[in-house]
Design a protein around this ligand. Structure first.
Ligand code: ATP
Length: 363
């Protein structure tokens, strides 16, 4: 029984006044899994989360929680709680009152409420602030109260809608690590909405990348970053170079393509079904490319157009002979050479075949 999914969405769609917010999404969340919905503003993440919570009813498709079809059930009959970006704490209640609120509603005994509030405040690392009102807390502390208030209800699934967006960058990074640790400790499923790709990669067991109401790809951080299935995912998650190429021959997991007149090896995903002679798109991350002086090595030939010193690394822009631009990020190892010395220089660029991915067949 325990290998069932905590959340199953089957062909869920939702339209608002002619706008398709969610378009035939099917996705599952395992028991104790941290799944993130990642995508740009307006791609339908929040609507999908609200459909799971029961605040929206889908036009079609089914929402199944812990094996039970809840599509037509109201939010309070679903074993999920939601943490919003704006924590919506009760301003007139102190920390204890805010966290205890849900249990008081359920009519639990006072001793039991006190025990559980103290335990959950310890869990979210909020020491000794029981008597403070929300206005007397920092943003990070308010967020912890909101988390405690949701966790105390012991839901099977916690839904989080950009819960760290209001925090400054440093605190956000710290809370990301804490939130992941917390999720592991409590062992419940988290469905987390964000438009911040770094946040998604840091915390999630799996990431669902969304665009225009659809799920483009679902996978671990590594799968999404190393093997993006589509151009949208390659572009949205991390920095990428996307190059035009022609397929020469495909092999077992490996292909040879021509880019700017030169044959290079790339890796091949099963779903990229191009035939020899067809045009394809190749994705290669800037940090996977090495730059060498032209005459010393094979590889794609180009000219360095600019170099930006970034401290630990330098970002180079290399113009290939066919006019395409490639961005390369190189670690600044000893001895450091000023980028200005390199401008206009002829170079060749190379990568390991498995670092470049064939994205899709061009129509
Ligand atoms: P953001 O990151 O900006 O919150 P999102 O990915 O969460 O975006 P949604 O809020 O789910 O996206 O919105 C998806 C689409 O549906 C958008 O075009 C939005 O304008 C539209 N939409 C969402 N809710 C409603 C509503 N109640 N009425 C009309 N249109 C809506």
């Amino acid at each position: 029984m325990e290998d069932r999914y905590e959340v199953e969405l089957a062909h869920v769609s939702k339209r608002f006044d002619g706008v398709t917010a969610v378009d035939a999404v099917s996705i599952v969340v395992g028991c104790g899994e941290f799944l993130t919905l990642l995508g740009p503003s307006g791609c339908g993440k929040t609507t999908l989360l609200r459909i799971i919570a029961g605040f929206e009813t889908p036009d079609s498709g089914a929402v199944i929680l812990s094996g039970k079809d809840v599509t037509q059930l109201p939010p309070y009959q679903r074993d999920v709680t939601t943490v919003f970006q704006h924590y919506a704490l009760f301003p007139h209640l102190d920390v204890f009152g805010n966290v205890a609120f849900g249990l008081r509603q359920r009519g639990l005994a006072r001793g039991e409420i006190r025990r559980r509030v103290n335990a959950v405040l310890e869990l979210v690392k909020l020491p000794d602030l029981n008597d403070r009102r929300p206005a007397e807390l920092s943003g990070g502390q308010q967020q912890r109260v909101a988390l405690a208030r949701a966790l105390i209800l012991e839901p099977r699934v916690l839904l989080l809608d950009e819960p760290l967006a209001a925090l400054d960058l440093k605190l956000r990074r710290q809370m990301q690590v804490e939130l992941k640790g917390l999720q592991r400790r409590v062992g419940i499923s988290f469905v987390y909405v964000t438009h911040d790709q770094e946040e998604a990669l840091t915390m999630s067991d799996r990431v669902a990348v969304m665009s225009n109401g659809r799920v483009e790809q679902v996978g671990s951080a590594e799968e999404i970053y190393e093997h993006p299935g589509t151009e949208f995912v390659a572009d949205f998650v991390g920095a990428s170079n996307i190059l035009d190429a022609t397929l020469v021959r495909g092999g077992e997991g490996m292909s040879v393509v021509v880019i700017a007149g030169t044959e290079v090896a790339v890796s091949r995903l099963p779903e990229a079904e191009a035939l020899p002679g067809e045009r394809v798109r190749i994705m290669i991350r800037p940090e996977k490319i090495s730059v060498q002086p032209s005459r010393e090595t094979s590889g794609l030939q180009g000219t360095i157009e600019s170099g930006v010193y970034l401290g630990d690394s330098t970002q180079w822009r290399v113009r290939l002979e066919n006019g395409q631009e490639v961005v390369v990020v190189a670690q600044n190892r000893d001895p450091y050479q000023s980028p200005l010395d390199q401008l206009g220089r002829s170079v060749s660029i190379k990568w390991e075949p498995q670092s470049a991915v064939v994205l899709s067949v061009r129509s």
